[in-house]
Ligand binder design. Structure first.
Ligand SMILES: Cc1cc2nc3c(=O)[nH]c(=O)nc-3n(C[C@H](O)[C@H](O)[C@H](O)COP(=O)(O)O)c2cc1C
Length: 205
């Protein structure tokens, strides 16, 4: 009798035959207006080496080593504003200096034919007062402090209980994302949004 293992093996063999030994990961993909030459993507990975929230020249080598012609890369999460900080040495994209620092990194990726998206982040309550202007409480969609995760993912004591945003303050946060997206465009990076921190719903800008 054919077992589930045999079934999978037969299915894989059939697929391989159909594909004429083409490795699907290495086939092109049209992503909106972007023509990717393959489907292997650099996931956003925070490196915590952008001292004082400024991208550093060593990131030129890091990203360029991971670039291929027509390959898709997503940057490490880049913070949209002072209140959005929640991790040490993550890059920002809200000041002129940060935008200028991104430019040579993006230029190198583009010179090698890569498609580079910038991940925009506001850390919300995943922060503490040491990261916040004037040592205030972090802002969030909620005033509930974080709880320890059952799997020990993080220690809730490291985070300051947040202040819940008033409805009238939300447009300012949306505007911070808008400005950051424009800054990314100025640096010639495309922008994507990090969800789950301050804004729990996807918003368009
Ligand atoms: C060191 C490290 C840094 C990360 N930084 C980010 C980040 O800046 N933004 C993000 O969305 N995900 C981040 N991630 C999550 C990775 O992108 C994620 O692990 C990767 O996409 C693989 O997905 P998986 O863990 O679900 O298999 C990070 C993961 C690691 C291990």
């Amino acid at each position: 009798m054919e077992t589930w293992r045999d079934k999978i093996t037969h299915r894989d063999q059939q697929e391989e035959k159909n594909n004429n030994n083409i490795i699907p990961l290495l086939t092109p993909y049209k992503m909106g207006s972007f023509n990717l030459s393959h489907r292997i993507v650099l996931a956003p990975l925070s490196r915590m080496r952008s001292y004082d929230y400024i991208p550093q020249p060593h990131a030129i080598l890091y990203y360029s080593q991971r670039t291929t012609e027509g390959g898709f890369l997503i940057s490490e999460a880049s913070v949209v504003s002072e209140t959005g900080r929640g991790y040490k040495h993550t890059p920002g994209i809200w000041t002129k200096e940060q935008v200028e620092a991104w430019k040579p990194i993006v230029a190198e990726v583009q010179a090698k034919g890569g498609i580079f998206f910038c991940q925009l982040l506001h850390a919300g309550r995943i922060s503490n007062r040491d990261f916040q202007p004037n040592g205030k409480a972090p802002i969030s969609y909620s005033d509930k402090p974080l709880k320890n995760q059952p799997n020990g993912g993080f220690n809730a004591a490291e985070f300051t209980p947040p202040r819940r945003l008033r409805t009238g303050e939300i447009p300012q946060i949306v505007n911070d994302f808008r400005i950051a997206a424009r800054n990314a465009i100025e640096a010639e990076i495309k922008s994507s949004k990090q969800l789950g921190y301050v804004l729990e719903i996807e918003c368009s800008y």
